[in-house]
Structures are given as structure tokens and as C-alpha cells.
Unconditional design. Structure first.
Length: 105
């Protein structure tokens, strides 16, 4: 299975993302009304905007998906983001299982 990693952000990029999140949280700047897919995704992922690391991962992945031409208006976009976090959340559990198996041998 291929590993999927979110691109690393530089300290400057991370500050810019956090400043942007803070700005839109205050209702400043141009902000489009989210479509139904975005609203449904956010409803299932309440951590977005609250958990810094996961939010930064999602925003970095958003940038990559846009670069390769995947529209945030399509279902594929949300399937890929969800799959990324499924794989990311499974990795530590799988590593623990592997470590337990190795220690028993």
C-alpha cells in the first residue's frame, strides 16, 4: 500500500494559514458560501478549524488536490480527503499491532 503524506509546511506558510483561518473566523475577507458537499463534510468533521495539526493537513491536501486539477466542488475531492485521514488514523494502530506481534516472536 502506498503511503500518503501531507506536504510539510514551512513556519512561514503555517503562520499564513493560521492568520487566514483567524481572519475568516472573524468574518473578514472574501468568503464564498460553502456548497452542500462542503457543509456535509464539515458536519462530519467538527475538528476542522479547531484541531490545528489536522486542519493544516487538510489545507495542505486541499492545495495539492487543486494543483492536480481536482475540483473542491466534486465528490472525488471529499472522498480523497476522507481517505487520507482514514489512512492517517489507521497507521498508528497498525504500527502498534506490528510492534505487539514482533515482541511476541
Amino acid at each position: 500500500m502506498q503511503k500518503i503524506k501531507a506536504p510539510k509546511l514551512t513556519a512561514t506558510q503555517e503562520k499564513e494559514v493560521l492568520a487566514y483561518l483567524e481572519m475568516i473566523g472573524r468574518g473578514q475577507g472574501k468568503r464564498k458560501t460553502p456548497d452542500n458537499k462542503a457543509l456535509a463534510w464539515h458536519e462530519k468533521n467538527k475538528w476542522f478549524g479547531k484541531q490545528k495539526r489536522k486542519t493544516l493537513d487538510a489545507l495542505a491536501l486541499h492545495g495539492v488536490l487543486l494543483e492536480v486539477g481536482i475540483s473542491p466542488r466534486g465528490q472525488k475531492y471529499y472522498r480523497l480527503i476522507d481517505r487520507f485521514f482514514e489512512l492517517k488514523n489507521l497507521k498508528p494502530k497498525q504500527e502498534e499491532k506490528n510492534e505487539n506481534t514482533q515482541s511476541k516472536q
